[in-house]
Design a binder for this molecule. Structure first.
Ligand SMILES: [Fe+2]
Ligand SMILES: [Fe+2]
Length: 322
């Protein structure tokens, strides 16, 4: 696999980390508390720090994944980010995972979100913006949640892995969802390169992926990772259907439609598996984890709603990503 190059910095935090990774200069102690927790600089620095656990960067030694100075810095970035998310989510009184998932299933018939807009008259340029920004996740789709696998046991683990198996193509390389998204990008005349759009992705487009990495990489947040995957799967079939409708209206290339069609069909099944066999079994066996499952769901909504709001605002300003 072709490794990505380190991105351009967006401020003092990302600059310090990029310099330290590129040249071995000491990282120092950049002031994390002065940064906007959802801003470009902090989110990019966090994305880079997490990337060391995935594919890494050309010219950066694999062992930097466990560099204590980098890990200590990552913890500071995570603390600032997760504190902001927790403040956003607020206190969870009498959390019920089932009620939370029921709520996610209540789908408005009309709405003003990105997928509604695209279904009702989205332009190809808007779709290409969405593809470029979502490539930061879909080219590593299902990888962040896979970190949670060793942290689950028994029935919830079996069901969780069954869903992940589908995401990874069910044994077929050409059906891996990451590969389907690379095909989509190529069909849309966009770069299918891993992290190909990292330099143009604002903080609000990186936060959804950073949240998943945070949940996946912390055993203490394993139930939040489960809640996050449940929220992803429950909201995917209807959202994917709207994106598919808009692509059909535009007579878009088949590879673009295929990715979303696959998600309309597969995620209708994944939704049920997550609800009953993963979350249901997990909270029955370990009721103390229910609050974290709900936190994972609410946190998903915080970052996804922000992504939606920012992308619509960008279009309303007449701006584009690509
Ligand atoms: Fe998928
Ligand atoms: Fe899925």
């Amino acid at each position: 696999m072709v490794r990505p190059t380190l991105p351009r910095s967006r401020g003092p935090l990302s600059q310090s980390l990029i310099d330290a990774l590129a040249t071995d200069v000491p990282l120092g102690a950049p002031d994390v508390d002065a940064a906007d927790p959802y801003g470009d600089d902090l989110q990019l620095a966090l994305y880079i720090a997490y990337e060391l656990h995935y594919v890494g960067f050309v010219g950066v030694d694999d062992e930097r994944e466990w560099d204590p100075e980098v890990l200590a810095f990552r913890r500071e970035l995570e603390r600032r980010f997760l504190d902001a998310i927790r403040a956003h989510v607020g206190t969870l009184d009498a959390p019920s995972a089932e009620a939370e998932m029921d709520e996610l299933c209540v789908e408005p018939t009309t709405g003003d979100g990105v997928s509604f807009r695209l279904a009702e008259g989205g332009t190809w340029q808007q779709y290409r913006d969405l593809f470029a920004l979502r490539s930061l996740y879909h080219l590593k789709e299902a990888d962040p949640h896979a970190w949670a696998i060793p942290r689950l046991r028994g029935a919830s683990k079996a069901a969780f892995v069954a869903v992940e198996f589908d995401e990874f193509g069910g044994g077929r390389a050409d059906a891996v969802h990451q590969e389907l998204f690379a095909d989509l990008l190529a069909a849309a005349d966009l770069s299918p390169d891993y992290l190909g759009y990292l330099d143009v992705a604002p903080g609000w487009a990186l936060a959804p992926v950073n949240l998943m990495s945070a949940f996946g990489l912390h055993r203490s947040l394993r139930a939040a990772a489960v809640g996050h995957l449940a929220a992803t799967e429950i909201t995917s079939p209807t959202g994917s259907q709207r994106l598919l409708t808009g692509l059909e209206n535009l007579d878009a290339p088949e590879a673009c439609r295929h990715f979303y069609r696959e998600h309309v069909e597969a995620d209708a099944v994944h939704e049920q598996v997550l609800r009953h066999d993963v979350v249901g079994t997990l909270v029955r066996g370990e009721p103390e984890l229910e609050v974290d499952v709900v936190f994972g769901i609410r946190a998903f909504l915080v970052v996804e709603d922000a992504f939606d709001d920012h992308l619509r605002a960008l279009w309303e300003d007449g701006r584009h990503i690509v």
